[in-house]
Design a protein around this ligand. Structure first.
Ligand code: ADP
Ligand code: MG
Length: 191
């Protein structure tokens, strides 16, 4: 499991591991949720423009349906943006591990309000290995563990074009924006 905030290099690390698997002549299948079509429909991509072929699927059931017919030919399964899948991805991962497959997943650990994101906490708990990456805080340059949403939308999922989100350290992360879009300087006491 590869996790961390936006811009921490999760997709880069996933792509690096999948490319190494292919160098080792292992056959790789890669998937992503089709909510994230920012750059490519048929590939995952990093902010630094690395890519790897991938199939975009809507649900975990669709992922299963796309994967199982070719499962005999696949040794390594990659999934990017795994936070957007339902908890069914956890069961599927366990099933695939028991079938002898290696699964490498990348996804956000927390939302823009710093809550654990979807199935990622469970995937981290059951993973053999967890890599938690940090980005660089866009305010001060310190290691950043948070994804700051810029502007005032409170929707959980606003898939990001550049400028909607940036990485922030704990000191410069302000999860709740005021109505005029400016950021509060204090964390609400209810949190
Ligand atoms: P993630 O999948 O975690 O969102 P990516 O692998 O797509 O991250 O992108 C990581 C790359 O983003 C870095 O190698 C760097 O080129 C670029 N980048 C842009 N902003 C930042 C930042 N604030 N901190 C670190 N890297 C950044
Ligand atoms: Mg990514």
């Amino acid at each position: 499991m590869i996790t961390g905030p936006m811009f921490s290099g999760k997709s880069e690390e996933l792509i690096r591991r999948l490319k190494r698997a292919r160098i080792a002549r292992q056959r790789v299948a890669c998937f992503k949720p089709d909510i994230d079509l920012r750059y490519h429909r048929t590939a995952i991509a990093s902010h630094s423009s690395l890519t790897h072929d991938a199939s975009a699927v809507t649900t975990v059931e669709d992922l299963r349906a796309a994967l199982f017919p070719q499962l005999d030919q696949v040794e390594v399964i990659g999934v990017d943006e795994v936070q957007f899948f339902s908890d069914a991805i956890v069961t599927l991962s366990v099933e695939l591990v028991h079938l002898g497959k290696r699964i490498v997943m990348a996804g956000l650990d927390t939302t823009f309000t710093a809550e654990p994101f979807g199935p990622v906490p469970d995937l981290m708990a059951i993973a053999d290995e967890v890599t938690k990456l940090s980005a660089v805080c866009m305010v001060c340059g310190a290691p950043a563990i948070h994804t700051q949403r810029l502007g005032q939308s409170q929707e959980l999922v606003v898939v990001g074009a550049a400028g909607l989100y940036e990485a922030r350290c704990r000191a410069h992360f302000h999860p709740w924006a005021d109505e005029d879009g400016s950021e509060q300087l204090e964390l609400p006491s209810a949190r």
